[in-house]
Design a protein around this ligand. Structure first.
Ligand code: DX5
Length: 214
C-alpha cells in the first residue's frame, strides 16, 4: 500500500461565494480537490456541474465524485472540464458490462477511474470490477450533504478491501475529522476526503496535517 496518506478537500463545505480563494487556501497543503456532483435524484441534494470546474484555477488534480444517476452521460463533460479522477457509484451502474465500459471511457479520457460504495452497500457488490479500478471510495456518510456524522461500521469494509488489495487506493469520504481520520488510516484508507474539518478551520494547513496524522 502506498504509505503516503492523500488528503482531498471537498469543496461542498467551502465558502462557494469565494470558491477560488478557498481552493487557493488548501492548494499548498492538500493532494487532490474533490468536486461533489449531485443531481438531486441519486442523492437528495443538487450541487454543481462541469461549468463550475471549468472556471477553477488550481494545480491540484480535480477529483470528481459523481453522485448521479446515469453517470455515463456525464463523463465527457467532466473530462473536458479537466477532471483527473472520476468516481461513479456502484449503486448507479449495476451491471458488469456497463461498469467496465464506464471505467474504460474515463481512462480513455485521461483520468483515473474509481467506484464508490454507499455505507449500506457491501463490498462484494463490486467483486466484478474491483481488480480493474484505480480507486474504491468507501462512503462513511449517506451521500448528499456535508457536516454529517461519521458511520464507523463502514471501517470493516475498508479493512476487508485492504487485506485483499494491499496496493489499492482506498478513499473514504464523509464525517472525517482528526479523530475519525485516525480510524480510517488504521483501517487502511490512504486517501481521505474532508469538507467541514478543513473549510471550517481558520488554519487549513494544520487541519490537513491533522487528517494526515502528521
Ligand atoms: C457527502 C459528500 C462529502 C462531503 C464531505 O455526500 O460526498 O464529500 O462533502 O463533507 P464532510 O467532510 O463535511 O462530511
Amino acid at each position: 500500500m502506498a504509505n503516503r496518506i492523500l488528503i482531498t478537500p471537498s469543496i461542498l463545505a467551502a465558502d462557494l461565494g469565494h470558491l477560488q480563494e478557498e481552493i487557493d487556501s488548501v492548494a499548498d497543503h492538500a493532494d487532490w480537490i474533490q468536486i461533489d456532483v449531485m443531481d438531486g435524484h441519486f442523492v437528495p441534494n443538487l450541487s454543481f456541474g462541469a461549468p463550475v470546474i471549468k472556471c477553477l484555477k488550481t494545480k491540484l488534480p480535480i477529483d470528481v465524485h459523481l453522485m448521479v444517476t446515469n453517470p455515463a452521460d456525464r463523463i465527457d463533460e467532466f473530462l473536458a472540464a479537466g477532471a483527473k479522477h472520476i468516481t461513479f457509484h456502484a449503486e448507479a451502474v449495476e451491471d458488469t458490462k456497463s461498469r467496465k465500459a464506464l471505467l474504460e471511457a474515463i481512462r480513455k479520457g485521461g483520468a483515473t477511474a474509481g467506484i464508490a460504495l454507499n455505507p449500506e452497500t457491501p463490498v462484494n457488490v463490486i467483486d466484478d470490477v474491483v481488480a480493474d479500478v484505480d480507486l474504491v471510495l468507501i462512503m462513511s456518510v449517506h451521500p448528499g450533504f456535508s457536516g454529517q456524522k461519521f458511520l464507523p461500521d463502514v471501517l470493516e469494509k475498508v479493512r476487508a478491501l485492504r487485506s485483499q488489495f494491499p496496493k489499492l487506493m482506498i478513499q473514504m469520504d464523509g464525517g472525517i475529522d482528526a479523530t475519525t481520520a485516525k480510524q480510517c488510516r488504521d483501517a487502511g484508507a490512504n486517501n481521505l476526503v474532508a469538507g467541514n474539518a478543513i473549510f471550517s478551520s481558520a488554519d487549513r494547513a494544520a487541519a490537513i496535517s491533522s487528517l494526515r496524522g502528521s
